[in-house]
Design a protein around this ligand. Sequence first.
Ligand code: GUN
Ligand code: FE
Length: 443
Amino acid sequence: LVICGTYYTSKDVNEVEVHKDNLICIDHSGTISRTLSPDDKKYLALLNEAREKDRLIKLQANQYLLPGFIDLHVHAPQWPQAGLALDLPLSDWLNHYTFPLEARFTDKGYARRVYHDFIHELLSQGTTTALMFGTIHNDANLELARQAVNYGLRAFVGQVVMDNPDQTPTYYRNQTSAAALRDTEKFIQEILELRKNTSATVMPVITPRFVPSCTDKALLGLGQLAHQYDLPIQSHLSESNWEHEYAIKRFGMHDTAVMDRFHLLTDKSVMAHGTQLTAADLTTVRQRGTTIAHCPLSNIYFGNGVLPTKKLLRLGNRVGLGSDISGGYSPSLYHNIRQAVKSSQMLTDGVDSSQPVEQRGVTGSRITMANAFYLATVGGAKALHLKTGQIVPGFQADFQIVNGHQRLMELSSADIFQRLMYQTEQQDIQSVYVAGKRVYGKD
Ligand code: GUN
Ligand code: FE
C-alpha cells in the first residue's frame, strides 16, 4: 500500500513536522517501510507503480494524514453513561452511577452490544490504540478483547480488581482477594491464547481500580502477577482530594507510595489523573518510568485541580492523554487535546510574565498544541512501548485521514495544523488505518 499526501507527525515534544505530498509506503506486516518526498528520484516511478497496481491511496487537496491517536485511559463499560451525572463528587458518581452500570456486565449480551458500539466509536474518532478498563467480569472483558480484535483496534484490556468490602458495594466486588487474583490470571491466560490464535494486537493489563477499592492482599498479588507475566499495569492515582486523603488515613502515606510499595509502579504502568501528586510523588513516578495519563476533560469534574502538564514535561515525567470515558464526556482525543491546552492556559490564569500583578495562576504553565498532540500520539506510544504514534519508517501504519475545513484565505502548514486540532470533529474523519488495514471509513 502507498499513501500519497501531506502528513503531520511529532518531531519531539515541542515540534510538529509537516511533510507535503509525500509517499508513505506500507509493507505486508503493516509497518511503514519508507517515506519519499517529491524531490526523491524514485518518487514518480513509485507513485506510478502503486497507481498501476491499484495500491495507491491519494489524498485530496484538503485531506491530511495524521498518526492514529492513543487513548491512554478509558473505561469501555462506562460508554452508555458518557455525559451523565458529572456534577456529582467522585465517590457519589461511582456509587450511584458507575458501579450499578458496570455491574450490568455480568450480562454477556449487554457487554457485546456496548463493546461493539464503543470500539466502532473509538475508531471513528481517530483513536487506533486504547488502554482500557473493563469490569470485574471475565466473560465481558473477553468480549471486549474480541470486539477490539474483530474491528482492528489496538487494545490493552484490564480485568478490574476491586475487592475491598469497605469501599465497594456488595453487588459489585470481587468476593475474595484470592478470587480476584485467580480471575486476573485466568484472564491473562485467555488473552495470551487469543493473541496466539489471531496474531491479535491485544494485551491483558493488570488493573487494580485504585487504592481505596483494593485490599493489601490484592495489591500485593497484582504486583506479583505483573512481574511474573511482564505486563502493563493501569490504575487511578491521586485523582481527587477524597481519594488522596483516604490513602493517608489507611496507610499513612500517599497512594503513590502505596502503589510503589506493592511494586505497581513500573515503566509499563499508566496512572490516570495525578492532579494531587506532590513533588515527592512526581519524583517516585518519574524514577519508576511510570506514565501519567492526563485526562483533562475528566479532571474538570473529578480531578479537584488541573494537572500541571508543563511542569511534568519539564521535570521529565512521562505523560500521555486519556479520554477517561465516562469521567470525561467525550471519546474524542481532539476534544481532550483542546481541553489540555485550555486547562493549561487557565492554570496560567492569564499571567505568563514576571509582572507583579495579583497572581492566582502559575507562570509558565501553558502547553502548546504541539505539546498536546505529542501527548495524544508519542506520549501514549512510549507508555505502551509501541512503535506507533509517529509517521516514520519502522513504525506501525496507524493513521487517520482527516478532511480539513476550507476557508476563504490561504493558510500556512503550521496554521493548518492548528485548525485541524481545533476543528476536527468525528464527521471530518474520512478513514482510519491500523497496521495498514482500513478499520473505519465514511465511504
Ligand atoms: N476512581 C475509581 N474508579 C474510577 C472511575 O471509574 N473513573 C474515575 N474517573 N475515577 C475513578
Ligand atoms: Fe478513570
